[in-house]
Ligand binder design. Structure first.
Ligand SMILES: NC(=O)c1ccc[n+]([C@@H]2O[C@H](COP(=O)([O-])OP(=O)(O)OC[C@H]3O[C@@H](n4cnc5c(N)ncnc54)[C@H](O)[C@@H]3O)[C@@H](O)[C@H]2O)c1
Length: 557
């Protein structure tokens, strides 16, 4: 079963369109059509000769005609020339925009493109080099041409960053998107010392909730759905039906929505409900909701009867990419966030991006913060370029902000894989997992200082502050601040905070830690992020002030 009828590969020369097209067509059992080959055949000349003898305009006209012909067939993967989609005629534009056509742009750094074109030249002889790139200073020429075409490439349904991956990998990724029957390819298995967590990402997987839970717990008698009073009425009826069909006795509890439910009194009501209704060790708790429900229900599952099976069904963007994965559960205390908790791996996590259709816009925006955090902690390339997730966010921003498929599912899967890889090597946060707290030191304090800001909003503010602290300490340069601010701005995350700075500092535990220990900061670095515990208080207050939090009057000791 195929999601699309045809695939069109666009992007600059040297990004591997022809090779990927051939490999993808093989995987799908489709034909492959390379526009350059079609033109060479039409004229009986190489691309360079066509350019020289007929001129660029004639070349583009022929390219457009060949593309239009190719787009009228099905089961085809089309590799376009670098400039083919730049100014398509109306008929071609309509065919490219058709829901049956999957347009994919392959993107690489200028240096990668040059290196690949150089290799191609050595392999195939000088005639294969694109005519528009001949001449002096090819880097500048590639950068200029690429920039002039970027807007057209950015109209693709999905842009993949290909610098560090093979054409085989790209073809497999695309095949997974095009072939609906390869659902298992979108699975991530997280193995830790405390257990295995199987994470499945697929649009519509929620309708198979019962089947998946029954497969994992063949002998369980009861399932305990915990949701909030907003998500619950929307989605528990379907969950009940699905679990009932596979023989579960289903019990349901809705708690008030919002951070306030991560509290001892609400947890107490869950314990009463579970124990009064006969919960058993072999049962399964289903956390159906955002991160609040995941943390709360997860902690109830971790502690009731010393641990019950857990399935996370995240319904917010933040919960899909972050909180449902990795096994951290817990509740808040007035002294701070998440201070009471446990590690309890969900054996099953079912991620269905279709839940996002009902998620309020402010909550979607909040989710971008953890995604941007994941992208920023990725180690940079040897050339000092940021990891591919940052560029994926930049290139696919419009599609992602509209929650468009397949970009959104692809991103969710990548984030889960990234987080799972970190948790797999450090489940209990003895080392690498601490890096996932980038932006959280101040973020948690800003959030807990009145709960005016959502978790992701607070993390975004914490990231902005961490960038400024990093520049002051010298772990990054000031251009990095502008770069990260721009990324956060692009996804609509807040710039300023209106909270009591003394309360923020109290929550950071600064007074106490000045005598008993040092505050640990995750700061930006050339290679991703680093941990530092030598940040002077003045840098922290300056960073807070830069978020328009009024300068704190420090209490005398
Ligand atoms: N355990 C972890 O590793 C981890 C990591 C990051 C964050 N967190 C925690 O996650 C929490 C934040 O999670 P969150 O942002 O999901 O908040 P949330 O659970 O409060 O959900 C946000 C709001 O959106 C609503 N909602 C959720 N899904 C919906 C949907 N599909 N349709 C309509 N409405 C929907 C909820 O009712 C709620 O009002 C914080 O408590 C944070 O500490 C935990």
């Amino acid at each position: 079963m195929f999601t699309y009828q045809r695939v069109v590969l666009t992007g600059f020369s040297g990004t591997g369109k022809s090779t990927v097209a051939r490999l993808l067509a093989n995987e799908l059992g489709w034909h492959c059509l390379d526009l350059d080959d079609a033109i060479q055949e039409r004229f009986g000349q190489t691309v360079t000769q066509v350019f020289e003898s007929h001129g660029e305009a004639a070349f583009r006209r022929s390219e457009s005609e060949e593309l239009q012909n190719a787009l009228s067939s099905t089961s085809v993967v089309i590799a376009t020339g670098g400039g083919a989609v730049v100014a398509p005629n109306i008929a071609v534009r309509a065919l490219l925009d058709s829901p049956d056509t999957f347009v994919v742009a392959l993107d690489a750094l200028t240096e990668t493109i040059l290196a690949r074109l150089g290799e191609q030249q050595i392999r195939e002889g000088a005639t294969s080099i694109r005519p528009l790139l001949m001449g002096l200073d090819p880097i500048a020429r590639i950068a200029e041409l690429k920039c002039s075409r970027q807007q057209a490439y950015d109209q693709a349904d999905l842009t993949l960053i290909v610098d560090a991956v093979t054409p085989e990998f790209v073809a497999r990724e695309l095949s997974t998107i095009v072939r609906k029957d390869q659902i298992d390819e979108r699975a991530v298995t997280l193995r830790t010392t405390s257990g295995k967590s199987r994470i499945l990402v697929d649009q519509g997987i929620f309708s198979r909730l019962g089947t998946h839970i029954r497969q994992r717990w063949p002998n369980a008698r009861q399932s305990w759905i915990i949701s909030d009073d907003y998500v619950g009425p929307l989605y528990t009826p379907k969950a009940i039906k699905s679990l009932d069909t596979v023989g579960f006795n289903v019990l349901v509890q809705h708690v008030p929505r919002g951070e306030g439910s991560k509290s001892l009194p609400v947890l107490g009501t869950l314990y009463d409900w579970m124990l009064d209704h006969g919960i058993e060790r072999g049962d399964v708790v289903v956390a159906l909701g955002g991160g609040v429900i995941g943390d709360l229900a997860g902690f109830a599952a971790a502690t009731c009867l010393r641990g019950i099976g857990l399935t996370q069904v995240p319904t917010s963007l933040l919960a899909m990419v972050d909180s449902s994965v990795g096994g951290k559960t817990g509740i808040n205390h007035r002294a701070g966030k998440n201070l009471i908790g446990a590690f309890h791996q969900p054996s099953l996590v079912l991620v269905d991006p279709t839940f996002l259709q009902t998620l309020p816009a402010r909550e979607v925006t909040s989710g971008w913060a953890e995604i941007i955090k994941h992208a920023l902690i990725q180690p940079s390339t040897p050339g000092g370029e940021r990891g591919d997730l940052v560029r994926f966010l930049q290139r696919n921003a419009a599609a992602l902000i509209d929650l468009r498929e397949p970009a959104i599912s692809y991103l969710i899967h990548r984030n889960i894989a990234l987080k799972a890889a970190v948790v797999a090597i450090d489940e209990r946060e003895a080392g690498a997992r601490a890096l996932l707290n980038f932006g959280h030191t101040l973020g948690h304090a800003i959030e807990a200082a009145g709960y005016l800001y959502l978790h992701g909003e607070s993390v975004a503010l914490g990231i902005r502050a961490a960038m400024r602290i990093g520049a002051a300490v010298g772990t990054c340069g000031s251009p990095a601040i502008a770069f990260v601010d721009d990324l956060l701005d692009r996804f609509g995350l807040p710039v300023t905070a209106s909270v009591d700075p003394n309360r923020v500092l109290d929550l950071l535990g600064i007074d106490k830690k000045r005598t008993e220990g040092r505050q640990r900061w995750i700061l930006p670095a050339e290679t991703g992020v680093v941990i530092r515990d030598d940040v002077p208080l003045a840098y922290v207050t300056a960073a807070l002030a830069s978020l328009s939090v009024a300068a704190p009057k420090l209490r005398s000791a």
